[in-house]
Design a protein around this ligand. Structure first.
Ligand SMILES: [Zn+2]
Length: 173
């Protein structure tokens, strides 16, 4: 059993910060898409796997898991359970912890991450808030309110999300 912190980091241009619409990082309907690795043989999932508090799955006797996955290589079954959700407005280059995970047989992999909820951004120039936008896998993350909706930010200031990445670290418990 490994307790891990699920951190996200973003590179932002022209934006003070981004955060989920509604500003509630603990919303149980928030779903993230991540990749996994088998702790026994090192096999990695090719596809992204959805992780969401509102989708509990039962396998082990104690605790509720949110991902249950069988290794395609060695056949070992593993599970990940969300134990806590959290977060603060995400500033450029500053890592923010969004979940505490209990991992058994599987560990999440650092890399690209997708979300299935909407985000809002705050302009660095004048503190105005953007319209809701998505951060989905494989999508262009560029968010350019100036060009599309000049009325929100005004001027020719460039603003966009350049990258959105997950990093996982062992939690000290
Ligand atoms: Zn395996």
């Amino acid at each position: 059993m490994t307790m891990m912190l699920f951190n996200v980091t973003a590179e932002l241009t022209g934006l003070a910060h981004i955060e989920p619409v509604g500003k509630d990082w603990t919303d149980p309907s928030h779903a993230y898409n991540i990749k996994l690795q088998c702790e026994r043989c090192g096999w990695c999932t090719r596809d992204f796997v959805r992780l969401c508090m509102e989708e509990p799955r039962r396998w082990r006797k104690k605790g509720i898991d949110h991902i249950i996955c069988e290794c395609a290589d060695c056949g070992r079954r593993g599970a990940i359970g969300i134990r806590r959700q959290m977060g603060v407005p995400l500033r450029s280059g500053v890592e923010t912890t969004v979940m505490l995970l209990e991992c058994d047989g599987l560990v999440p992999l650092d890399g690209e991450v997708g979300t299935e909820f909407q985000w809002t951004a705050v302009s660095e120039a004048d503190g105005r808030e953007s319209d809701p936008f998505d951060m989905v896998l494989g999508a262009e993350l560029d968010w350019k309110p100036m060009q599309e909706e000049g009325v929100h930010m005004g001027g020719d200031v460039e603003a966009h999300v350049d990258s959105f990445v997950a990093t996982f670290s062992r939690a000290r418990v």
